[in-house]
Design a protein around this ligand. Sequence first.
Ligand SMILES: Cc1ncc(C[n+]2csc(CCOP(=O)(O)OP(=O)(O)O)c2C)c(N)n1
Ligand SMILES: [Mg+2]
Length: 564
Amino acid sequence: MYSDKENINILTALLVAHGVRHAVVCPGSRNAPIVHNLYEAKDICCLPVTDERSAGFQALGIAQATQQPVVVCVTSGTALLNLAPAVAEAFYQHIPMVVVSADRPRRWIDQLDGQTLPQEGALKPFVRKAVALPAVIAGDEERWYCNRLVNEALVEAGGKMASLKAGVAGPVHINVPLEEPLFNFNTPCLPDERVIGKIDKGVGKANYSFLEQLLRRAERPMVVVGQHEPINDGATGTAILRTMAVVVAERLAGWPDAARPVDEALTLVAGDDDFLPDTIFYFGGTLVSKRLKQFMRKAGQNATVVQVTPDGQLRDVTMHLDYLCVGSLEGFIAYLGREAADAIGTSNAFQQRWEGLFAHVRATMDDECPPFSQLAVVRYFEQQLEDMEYPFHLHYANSMPVRLANSLAGQHVWCNRGVNGIEGSLSTAAGFSIAVNDMVFCVIGDLSFFYDQNALWNQNLKGNLRIILLNNGKGGIFNSLPGLEQSPARDTLVAARHHTTAQGICTQNDVGYFKADNTLDMQRGVVALLTENRSRPMLLEVFTDPESDAKALKTHFKAFEKRP
Ligand SMILES: Cc1ncc(C[n+]2csc(CCOP(=O)(O)OP(=O)(O)O)c2C)c(N)n1
Ligand SMILES: [Mg+2]
């Protein structure tokens, strides 16, 4: 029988799954339930050592000899600190040692309780990863969190799949706070835990051949690309990937194909399992679309999910990650171009289904005729851009602008999507425009613009910076949060409603200023912005009504609620 503590059972199941076969255990009451579980797990051989300092070095020796990750399990308090010398040694020798420390619940730290000191991060400089598990698992999301933390630590230690070589292995620390009662052992078996494997067989080819095999084996493969710089090279590899998998890429992804408006497509296929992939390859950074993340989470339940990152950092966006593969999209494209030319033209029914879907979305959007709103401005601007023959770069600010870009932009879009702040979008576009001679367009909302107006206080700005200010007099995004309309504070305090215009700011900073509050003036303004020759920046301020903005967007998505 195992402990009744869920966090300990998740930990034990994953230690076994990640290849731990030896545990050096030190005496204590708080860690006794963990030691009990290690004893019960028949795959793990336990070795008792009282002196924790020595226990750490004995674990080091076992790991050296077996080339497997070894656990050293201690109780709370100074017991943990006594492991520091061995952990430091393991760090510089790249030895996979897994420190498991029992702890009191957080609320008892620094309250003069017995054998208690701040344990989280106590070994920080000398471990590859330190995690603190939840004390109590309350619900599915916390269960996922606990599983993910243990996987993260064991992947970093260099457990299952990772080759134990310099740079990819080393000590990690898992701190386990435990609530009393500690000693109930009535759980008959360990849970069946999701195991994340790390594919890191050295730079390049080996990792990519793993991806290629998975891609060829999949019946319904989907490549999802998050934020990524424009992909300009590797036309052959791109073409191969396109025929081997459905590629779902937002406009921030730099994927070189025609628009594939993902929110619209996913609205259309909601609930239709024929569109679910059996394998998901996730490249790049953040995703804008909440629908896409939810879709990946649903699909991930029954799909193999691989995340490919250059830095080997695990980000469990889908909540169902199976493999973390070290590599890059450019690297994989180049690899496919060299090694997988035979795959060209192999698109299957699943891909054709998705291609048909995107074609339908594009056709529906072409026929759309939105009323005057932010949506109509961005739509018109993007349509006019298609006819421009000069090179340009698109910056969209956070909030509604980047969401509109996701639906309507024809090209790669830059956006501060690392943390989604509204404070620096204009400054980023301004800096970009100083560094290039191409045209740089920045589409930005009013709060983001007025927040960052100092970006225009810069003598080095040139005529290549062109700004469309979508002024709806507040944070319009707060109109789209269901339930918030019940609060009388929504408009004035949450959405910061105001009546400011940018005219004075433009005059003060020698920025050309145009304004529009109707379709005709907006269209004239956009054309001027795209075509006028100027030595200083230009700005078009378009005034819209936030209610009309929200309504236009609602109507837009309504068209995708029913399949043809
Ligand atoms: C630095 C920072 N502060 C606050 C927020 C929260 N926030 C997200 S969107 C938003 C409103 C943005 O309004 P606006 O730029 O006018 O765009 P709109 O929603 O009207 O399209 C705010 C305040 C944030 N993302 N970053
Ligand atoms: Mg606004």
